[in-house]
Design a protein around this ligand. Structure first.
Ligand SMILES: [Zn+2]
Length: 329
């Protein structure tokens, strides 16, 4: 049996996957705007294919696309009654892609947009939303739970509390908008410490910000939870220092293409994260297989070339633009 997340994190760095919803929107399978994940029902083959791309690029964990697969959010596109179907189908797509490999399949919970600390009933409501998703995901077969993209620490704490009940390894990561604090006020370090107290085995930061605007926050996380494995999953978009949250830019969601970071920038990020002490090095929105592959190579998880082709290079008699323009020099 393949090693679990905890053992892998003890033995070294674990490489995560990339972003699903924005890439599947580009490919024509997800509705931009609501970004709900019904693609697992409508076009499961497209979802399996993207999982396979990340796996082939070196990802060691595949996250089931159950982001936003909670009842209230799905109800905004008329799919409130399909929570079980969508969660089950998403896990089975990830399982199908992972089969025959060592990759782990992560169940996934995310912000519900239903948490309101001023409403006394909201915590129990969010609990129920998470429990329902977890029950279906557990039945479908997951190896760990990732709770992500929380801007309310209170909601992330509920996620940690419910996910811990599964007995599986639990990762919970916060997202930080322009102001690098949870809505209630705590910064990245305090959020991480509170989530560890709530039972999370891995804590950190994901989404909204790119590597340059996330790594300084990771420093605070690492200092706050010494000895606890820490995760970083930033977006792969270039954003100005004064607007680090890519979803706040006028280019969101349909004009982001020219802002996408290069694969080399993501490889540099992977190395910087490892140097800092981050154990789970992944990526989020805007990160596609070419980014993950370059991260895998930088971390020594994939050979530099892997196609096995022997190419006769002859700069005197070029038969490629590479030789013609002497790109070796
Ligand atoms: Zn994201």
């Amino acid at each position: 049996m393949a090693e679990g997340l905890r053992e892998r994190l003890q033995n070294g760095v674990v490489l995560g996957d990339g972003g699903y919803l924005l890439e599947l929107e580009k490919r024509g399978y997800v509705h931009g705007g609501p970004f709900t994940p019904e693609v697992s029902l409508t076009h499961p083959e497209a979802l399996v294919e993207l999982h396979r791309e990340f796996l082939r690029a070196g990802a060691e964990v595949l996250q089931a696309l159950t982001f936003y697969a909670s009842e209230d959010k799905l109800a905004t596109v008329g799919l409130g009654g399909r929570v079980d179907d969508i969660n089950r189908a998403a896990v089975s797509c990830a399982r199908e892609a992972a089969s025959g490999s060592e990759a782990l399949v992560a169940g996934n919970l995310s912000l519900t947009w239903g948490y309101d600390p001023k409403d006394p009933g909201s915590a129990d409501h969010v609990r129920a939303l998470f429990d329902r998703q977890l029950e279906v995901q557990m039945e479908a077969g997951i190896d760990l739970v990732i709770g992500e993209t929380f801007t309310w620490l209170g909601e992330a704490m509920i996620c940690a509390e419910r996910a811990t009940q599964t007995g599986l390894p639990v990762m919970v990561t916060m997202s930080f908008e322009k102001d690098p604090h949870a809505y209630e006020g705590p910064g990245p370090g305090e959020c991480a410490a509170r989530l560890v107290d709530a039972g999370a085995n891995v804590v950190g930061v994901n989404c909204l910000r790119n590597p340059a605007h996330t790594l300084p926050l990771m420093r605070e996380v690492l200092e706050a939870v010494p000895g606890v494995p820490v995760a970083c999953q930033p977006v792969a978009y270039r954003t100005p220092a004064e607007s680090p949250d890519f979803t706040s830019l006028p280019e969101f969601p349909f004009g982001l293409d020219p802002l996408q970071l290069s694969r080399q920038e993501m490889a540099d990020y992977a190395l910087a994260a490892r140097e800092l002490g981050v154990r789970y090095i992944g990526s989020c929105c805007g990160s596609v297989a070419s980014h993950v592959r370059e991260m895998a190579r930088a971390l020594g998880k994939l050979p530099e070339t892997d196609d096995g082709i022997e190419w006769r290079v002859d700069f005197e008699r070029p038969m490629s633009a590479f030789e013609y323009y002497r790109h070796d020099a």
